[in-house]
Design a protein around this ligand. Sequence first.
Ligand code: UGA
Length: 471
Amino acid sequence: MSKPVSICVIGSGYVGLVAAVCFAEIGHQVVCVDKNEAKVKTLRDGGVPIFERHLPELLARHGGRGVTFTTDLAAAVEQSEAIFIAVGTPQGDTGAADLSHVEAVVSQIARSINGYKVIVEKSTVPVHTSERIRRVMHLNGVAAESYDVVSNPEFLREGTAIVQFLHPDRIIVGANSNRAAGLMRRIYEPLTSGSYYELPNSLPGACSLQCPAKLLVTSAQSAEIIKHASNAFLAMKISFINAVSNLAETVDANIEEISAGMGLDTRIGPSFLRAGLGYGGSCLPKDVAAFQWLAEQQGVNFQLLDEVRRINEHQKELFFNKVRAALWTLRGKRVAALGLAFKGDTDDIRDSAAIGIIKKLLEAGASVTAYDPAAMERAHELLPPSEKLRYAGGIFEAAQDADALLILTDWKEFADLDLERLKQTLRFPIVIDGRNLHQPQQMLDHGFTYISIGRPAIYPPHAGDARKLAV
Ligand code: UGA
């Protein structure tokens, strides 16, 4: 492997922490900085602040050795050749990303710079951020030859972020100087040469020595656009299939069959064609808004993005209407809600469709018993337990005597349900599945009323057709 690089990662959220442990995993010396003292203490003490597969394992392997944690940004900058900025870029009021954290960090870097450094934007940022970073450095009196700014967007999916970091589809390096591009190539060399995959303890995944990771060098502006355009495209795919699912319902077609058929076309591909409650999370909604804002600023008509967002919002309303139609009235009903996270395998509830739907159910007078394998603690902050909202310790506790069961997040555990036991536990055997985790025929065989997305609703004989009763 090439010579290790001393790396500083600023921010220990999902992106920063994953990047920090993964850089250590591929042999670099990393210091991870966060201004939150409690978080740094947790990490130093061997704690794992977020739910992410393989993170505990890699923290145990490298914590305190290949990766250390500190609140001292100046010292971390001084000892590093590459400085990755991975702080939050929340959505501002206009839809534009709020870059105040990035700006604050850059000013601090400027005050600590003691030799040539490569400053890398890892946070999702709009085009021209690298230019703005350069301006802040300049205003703080740093000579242009003391640093380069590189855009190296991450394409990680929460839950599988570590494996994706080490086995990426692509690594994008937006660098306007050869020197900076050279350092970035050195950093990723264990992945692009494939040498990492030959190590005895390397985490397995899609890449190998024969098929190593690909690295594409572009201009900084192109790299910044690639990130937003990729997320906007994924959101568009989801909204597209959700719109098709609504059409499928009206003609008694099955969206799962349609997605499978479309996905076999290699030009379309099977991923991101799962119909459901729409996209959520901390990235897709924010990035579509930020990309749209950018287009507006540049005077470019990109109304397609408006429609992508509209379909996404509408999808949640349609689901809520299905619940109401199935239960007739919501006031006084008890509903079991499986899932709080914005998708399975994460404890993240940011922009989660599940949270929005539970709120609406409570507003409509229903009481809810919710369960999620990982996200309950976080959900408490947004939806505190009350007389109307209880958190259960498991699926069947949530389902006990409920008038209906809703599936709101695609956890595997919810797909592997013991259907017979579920039927005995519920007050009425009604399942409304926002993630299409079950097979309609199987649900019918077990005597459930089963309503899902983009597939004919299933009613056992004599149960009546709630669609006809919908108001
Ligand atoms: C997304 C992108 O997939 C990553 O490539 C990107 O790096 C990341 O944002 C980011 O910008 O940081 P993530 O937000 O972790 O990753 O989650 P996804 O797996 O993309 O799912 C997003 C939402 O779309 C979830 O609510 C999920 O349930 C939904 N989804 C996904 C569907 O409804 N249908 C699908 O077929 C796929």
